[in-house]
Write a protein that binds this ligand. Sequence first.
Ligand code: KIV
Ligand code: NA
Length: 263
Amino acid sequence: TRPVTLSKLQKMKQEQEKFTCLTSYDATFTGTMNAANIETILIGDSLGMVVQGQDSTLPVSIEDMCYHIAAVKRGNDNAFLLADMPFMSYSKPEQALDNAAKLMQAGAHMVKLEGGSWLKDTVSLLTERGIPVCAHLGLTPQAVHKLGGYKVQGKDEETAALLLKESLELEAAGADILLYECIPTELGKTLTQAVAIPTIGIGAGPHTDGQVLVMHDMLGVTQGRKPRFVKNFLTDGRSIQEAFEAYSNEVKSGTFPAPEHGF
Ligand code: KIV
Ligand code: NA
């Protein structure tokens, strides 16, 4: 099957066709996601939590990311692969370029960085050098200790306006995708309509162009308290592939996320 590319995702946005994203960290689940036609796969630094058992994403290194990107790449047929730049691996533009190059050489098709306006120069530098960038805004888990927990962002007018301003600045700097985590549903809609590039949401309502979930969460194997935006798709006697397919069907038909998954 034809590889999913950025142009395909842009076309899907224009045609108002939703696309799916799931996290994967190894070859086997990646192959199962391919079989379920999941368009994009995120090698997320959430691997620190769901694979390594850390209590945040902060301990994840570039080497950890490259190991998992390489495994996903070997198992991947046609999905578009996004990979997270880990904590403090992009605090300066030149450093970001060197580290992004490592992720791209390991097999990523795009790198994802958490942050707003301060990322502008980094986004332009990577873009100039031919590295596609996804900017992650809203709840940025690498800043959890500064944010004071995993909290919904952009709830008041002022922070919502700031998110809009930062989104437009990052788009102008060359970002190709914007990812929003834990923002009000209405804001997810406003931001998605404000930019020409595709948006992906997690806890951002049904109006973003794409949806993402951590695989372990949507298979219901994550222990402990679950965030409101999580839904277990491994129900009704489904196989794992069927759970991925159910997720895809619900995203494409607009049934997931439902109002109860949003803010
Ligand atoms: O690391 C990750 O899995 C992520 C998603 C939750 C968006 O960044
Ligand atoms: Na992440």
